[in-house]
Design a protein around this ligand. Structure first.
Ligand SMILES: *Cc1c(COP(=O)(O)O)cnc(C)c1O
Length: 309
């Protein structure tokens, strides 16, 4: 069984007190938020005897790695649909190959059709395929972080304080949606700030809103308080996978000062966004929690590209 206990600690005191939740240290396949999300899907997959797991992810997808690895752990076949792009192969893709996940490359415009065709072909061959949306998006993915929020509130209650702000890298937004719901369910009052790694604010926020509605619908409960969605797209550095010198400086700073690896696509961008946000809004003397959502193989891919070039 995989231990779900998160690792939260105070790593730096300056104008604010900074805490970090090391989801990257979850003990399965370099950890990350995709472990928690996918453990929920795999519970369903295993109890309903599916034979083949299909998902979607880019060449840098941490989600695809975790799906491939949980499939191999449980003796299930796995197919990953990946869009053809200029993006380089990362260590995530390499790991998928070593554990025998099959990758199908397809033009971005034909992703939907390719997924459908793959599922149909598998069924025709007598397999029972299960499809997990890209990023582990969906009710069970959101639920993973509703449940995880309890650890955050327990940690701060035991230590007699409240996290005033929680920051994280936000992609599909399911992790952020889960935390927002947890904040509501636990009667906590943290301000949760998602730093976008890809999407514009309007799209990102509306997807999170839908996630939250879907969660309350499916679980048959209701919001207790006013729901506030903060999804910032002002630190995108040009888009998904793109980064700038400020992000690189924070990557070096976090490794050298705190021993925390960050990658340029997700956590490095989020840390940079967090520090800029705190400064721009003149936020001081607060308890800040950064959720380290994982992506360690991408730290190594970044180093390789930088120093092997
Ligand atoms: C997938 C991922 C995210 C984004 O999570 P969402 O729930 O899709 O918003 C953030 N950080 C890392 C390292 C990820 O792999």
């Amino acid at each position: 069984m995989i231990n779900h206990e998160p690792y939260i600690y105070n790593y730096f005191n300056g104008e604010n007190k900074f805490y970090i939740m090391r989801e990257d240290l979850l003990p399965f396949s370099f950890g990350g938020n995709k472990v928690r999300k996918n453990l929920n899907y795999f519970e369903e997959i295993r109890s309903d005897n599916y034979t083949h797991v299909v998902t979607y992810g880019s060449k840098s997808s941490n989600h695809a790695r975790i799906v491939a690895n949980l499939s191999s752990k449980y003796g299930l076949k796995c197919t990953i649909i990946t869009p053809e792009s200029n993006e380089n192969i990362t260590y995530n893709t390499d790991i998928n190959s070593t554990i025998n996940a099959k990758t199908i490359y397809t033009p971005l415009s034909q992703v939907k059709e390719t997924i459908q065709k793959t599922l149909d072909t598998l069924k025709y061959k007598g397999e029972k395929p299960y499809f997990i949306q890209g990023g582990g998006h969906g009710f069970l993915g959101t639920k993973a972080y509703v449940d995880t929020f309890k650890y955050i509130s327990d940690y701060s209650n035991v230590n007699n304080f409240n996290f005033d702000y929680i920051f994280l890298a936000s992609g599909t937004g399911a992790t952020q949606a889960g935390l927002i719901i947890g904040n509501d369910v636990e009667n906590y009052s943290s301000i949760i700030v998602g730093i976008s790694v890809a999407r514009k604010s309007s799209r990102g926020s509306s997807v999170i809103e839908r996630c939250i509605e879907e969660y309350y619908d499916e679980s048959g409960s209701q919001t207790k308080s006013e729901i506030d969605i903060i999804f910032r797209d002002d630190y995108l550095a040009g888009g998904y996978g793109k980064f700038d010198e400020q992000i690189e400086r924070y990557i070096v700073k976090y490794m050298s000062s705190y021993g925390v690896p960050l990658d340029p696509t997700y956590t490095g961008k989020a840390v940079t966004g967090m520090h800029n946000y705190l400064e721009e809004n003149d936020i001081k003397d607060k308890n800040i929690l950064f959720i380290h959502t994982g992506g360690t193989p991408l730290y190594f891919s970044y180093l390789k590209e930088k120093y092997d070039a």
